[in-house]
Design a binder for this molecule. Structure first.
Ligand SMILES: [Zn+2]
Length: 129
């Protein structure tokens, strides 16, 4: 087939090119990505070694936030929460990101934060009632 004809037919859901299907060029991964069921990283297909870290899908929401030294009403911002485990970590980290900045909590920190939010009477009354 001439090279000029090696184009995907428009609207062809199979994206056939010269008798080949898209999957013939780039096979679909069928093996498990890694041992962490929450991990969405396409290991072996990332551009940078740091991208090989195990990452969950983020859970996002919009919240009014401000830094601790700011005053005023704060601003609406996208907040994302997810799990991160770098290749040299021996535990999972809970990442809370706002506008590209954030904190990562180790397992003990997450437990303490949860306990304080749920059990501390002042915080519970102020924010959860
Ligand atoms: Zn992984």
């Amino acid at each position: 087939m001439p090279t000029d004809d090696r184009v995907a037919r428009e609207g062809d859901p199979e994206k056939e090119v010269s008798g080949m299907r898209e999957n013939d060029v780039r096979p679909v991964r069928t093996e498990a990505r890694c041992g962490f069921p929450w991990c969405t990283t396409l290991h072996g297909e990332t551009a940078h070694p740091d991208d090989e870290a195990h990452r969950s899908a983020g859970v996002g929401f919009t919240a009014r936030v401000r830094s601790v030294d700011e005053t005023g009403a704060g601003a609406e911002a996208d907040v994302e929460v997810g799990i991160l485990r770098r290749l040299d970590d021996d535990e999972d980290w809970l990442v809370v990101e706002v506008a590209g900045e954030g904190l990562a909590f180790g397992r003990d920190g997450v437990r303490q934060l949860r306990r304080i939010l749920v059990e501390n009477p002042q915080i519970r009354e102020a924010f959860l009632c």
